[in-house]
Design a protein around this ligand. Structure first.
Ligand code: SF4
Length: 339
């Protein structure tokens, strides 16, 4: 039977929705994404979560609640690990339990456990178990799995070609091959000498669910564009560049996104890569608190300083305050470019 699967537009939706959508659509299901984050969504999430939860987790709950009545089941995966010897934040590991406990009106949750830390067999078993909710035909599930993998690979290529996840998702629907033919490239190791040398290049760090959510991220990417800056996020860098820079850390960071943030941050703070580095962080985020500290230390150590600023967002952050800080930051960047 055809069902509607609800996808909260929050947390790792920004990385994995293209693959998830492809998987469920290949099995003949309809995908329904919650609307954009608004104050009402955040407020409803805050009402059902504990105070200690970080803002993105509160927002996730708000998105789940907004799907109530609009779908047959809500997709809330238990994300443990997406690569060997590295893990996702524990709050994402416990997400299905939190949602079940906090969102009473939600009828059914699909919660496969994604754990690739040891081998891929357990993960494949989970995919088949999820597929069997809709078909008894293993061949169909196998095709859905292959299509999801292809969709994800194309999505990653688009990110590395310089698109944000939002733009990449839109591009995936339209004229994809034409896009690659026109752009002729799939990677972008940064070079300040490429083009547009007068525009400041700002490296922006942050979890995807903050940066690309215009409400949580206070539209920072658009604001920087409007201020004349060229923006580069960690997702636009080649993984090898990020890994190489992250290896500078004395101890390997075992959080997947934390390690990427640190690597991209170290790379952005190298003189000659970008003109300024901005970190967007969530209040009450454990991994961000020490990544931010390590980057502050790196910035302080560097002789040829790249301007570096951290903005911490929570449910009380106002746009006016963020705008003032951004303007001051861009003034510093422009002055440092004159040196
Ligand atoms: S990494 Fe930080 S912001 Fe993301 S879910 Fe964990 S605590 Fe929240």
């Amino acid at each position: 039977m055809k069902e509607t699967i609800g996808f909260p537009r929050a947390l790792l939706y920004y990385y994995y929705y293209p693959a998830w959508r492809s998987f469920f659509e290949s099995l003949g299901q309809t995908c329904q994404v919650s609307g954009k984050t608004t104050k009402a969504v955040i407020d409803s999430g805050i009402r059902v979560t504990v105070d200690e939860a970080c803002l993105p987790v509160k927002a996730f709950h708000g998105h789940v609640l907004s799907l109530s009545g609009a779908c047959d089941r809500v997709f809330v995966p238990r994300l443990v690990s997406v690569e060997k010897k590295a893990y996702i934040c524990p709050k994402l590991m416990g997400l299905p339990d939190m949602v079940r406990h906090n969102c009473k009106g939600i009828r059914q949750i699909i919660d496969p456990c994604i754990d690739m830390s040891r081998n891929s067999r357990a993960y494949i078993k989970e995919l088949y178990a999820t597929g069997r909710l809709f078909t008894r035909n293993p061949l169909k599930i196998s095709v859905a799995r292959r299509k999801a993998k292809q969709a994800y690979e194309v999505f990653v290529r688009l990110l590395q070609a310089g698109l944000t996840p939002i733009d990449a998702m839109a591009k995936q629907d339209f004229h994809l091959l034409q896009y690659f033919r026109d752009s002729g490239t799939s990677c972008n190791t940064l070079s300040r000498h490429d083009e547009d040398v007068r525009s400041p290049i700002i490296g922006v760090l942050g979890h995807p669910y903050i940066l690309y959510d215009s409400f949580l991220g206070m539209n920072v990417l658009d604001r920087l564009h409007l201020m004349g800056a060229k923006v580069v996020t960690m997702d636009m860098l080649q993984p090898a560049v990020v890994e190489q820079a992250a290896a500078k850390s004395q101890k390997r960071v075992f959080w997947t996104i934390g390690r990427r943030l640190l690597g991209a941050g170290y790379y952005f703070l190298m003189p000659g890569t970008v003109d300024g580095c901005l970190q967007m962080s969530a209040f009450a985020c454990g991994p961000d608190s020490f990544i931010g500290e390590l980057l502050q230390q790196e910035s302080a150590r560097s002789k040829q300083k790249v301007p570096f600023m951290t903005i911490i967002v929570d449910e009380h952050t106002g746009e006016a305050g963020v705008l003032t800080r951004l303007e001051a930051f861009m003034d510093i960047v422009e002055r440092s470019m004159l040196r």
